[in-house]
Design a protein around this ligand. Sequence first.
Ligand code: HEM
Length: 507
Amino acid sequence: LLVVQLKLKMSRRGPQEPPHLPALPVIGSLLSLRSPHPPHVHFKELQQKYGQTYSLMMGSHSVIIVNQHTHAKEVLLKKGKTFAGRPRTVTTDILTRDGKDIAFGDYSATWRFHRKIVHGALCMFGEGSASIEKIICAEAQSLCAVLSEAAAAGLALDLSPELTRAVTNVVCSLCFNSTYCRGDPEFEGMLHYSQGIVDTVAKDSLVDIFPWLQIFPNANLHLLKQCVSVRDKLLQKKYDEHKADYSDHVQRDLLDALVRAKRSAENNNTAEISAESVGLSEDHLLMTVGDIFGAGVETTTTVLKWAITYLIHYPQVQRCIQEELDSKVGGDRSPQLSDRGSLPYLEATIREVLRIRPVAPLLIPHVALSDTSIGDFAVRKGTRVIINLWSLHHDEREWRNPELFDPGRFLNSEGTGLTIPSPSYLPFGAGLRVCLGEALAKMELFLFLSWILQRFTLSVPPGHSLPSLEGKFGVVLQPVKYKVHAMPRPGWDRNKCQHLFEMNCLS
Ligand code: HEM
């Protein structure tokens, strides 16, 4: 009776504030956030004291941390529109000309319109379309050629720049219909500024918590501004080239799709969608393309690097994938997207990599656009909500032995088909703000890994220790640098690789 009375009393009082970390004026909860661990790991640990959903203060901003899937899905799906906002921060404002992009843009008609155009353009190249497959296969071929050359010379390679070039070229083809060769100065410049942005944007940045710190000289902000200005010059050049040779009849890439949408909105005086009402300014177009680069390169490259790191740690998983490839694809042709259904072990391995090392372990922060609630907790308008994907993917109640790398958990009991064994799995987020490049990223992961593993066995060079599985946390969670020895599998010499590529992909 006492419990019922208590519950009734609580329900009459309405939703409660979530448990909160101690907070001081000005600095907020900063003192409780000091930890030798990266934020996603520390936020998971704090559950023991504060429960699965709790709040804290980042400077003057109220932030709720969600560590479990029911609340995460309430935020992303059930109340997706209410939580579709994004916070404005000093560094992301510099990167996106005050949020005129998709990833950091606040929820608005302009944002919805841009997202729709980009989604449409990506679908144009999407699954079922031969062009994206050709683009990715050409890059996979060039990557495998570099591995073959290194193997022939008896060299071990840091794969990081090679994977970055391959993934950047896929995104360049989609956005600008152009690719780069190794060593191209424009491409090297692009790699340089991308790294500068990754190193400085939203990275534990104190100016994002205390914006007034911008008045003091700040080396990080200076570097970010320099890198953004190099990026903007390149984007402007591509945009000007596209405007100059634009044709209404051909849509070569994403930039053409955006230019077309802008022109048709400008010419359409009667429609409720006019260029001004949806904000199709030049800034918006440039920032949207910049966003696809920002979101599309580092993430996919990092997942590939984690996959390779785990395959080196678990040679038996590598062998199982190779056996599957040998029996389902064979040695007379290269893997294609249509093989995905018959390579469940490879697909399960990709899922497990995305689970155990989510590249965006805290997603991108969401913001409540009105007063609302999460479970029994009241949430005020403007509160930032961080979904801790790390906690969801390492939740002991949802995953047996979550720290163990085990692709088999994503296979059915016969090992012949794929499953998702827990609702606590959201590597690309969900709902209105779900990753825009999910389909593209999955195609890239499948094709790059299947091509590499069909041809090579990966290991560290003799005498080298295995790479760390801890990773370092920046905008994304990355593995550390190390060298890989790619040993050609029996029968896979350089000539055969080139011959197969010409037969299968260039035809
Ligand atoms: C394996 C690779 C990738 C992973 C794991 C990944 C994951 C994510 C995650 C977790 C989010 C945040 C969702 C949220 O805040 O709720 C996101 C957002 C986003 N991703 Fe990806 N992503 C990947 C690749 C890509 C690619 C290739 C592209 C572009 C072609 C892309 C474009 C975007 C964009 C534009 C957003 C912002 C969406 C919005 O705010 O509306 N991503 N991604």
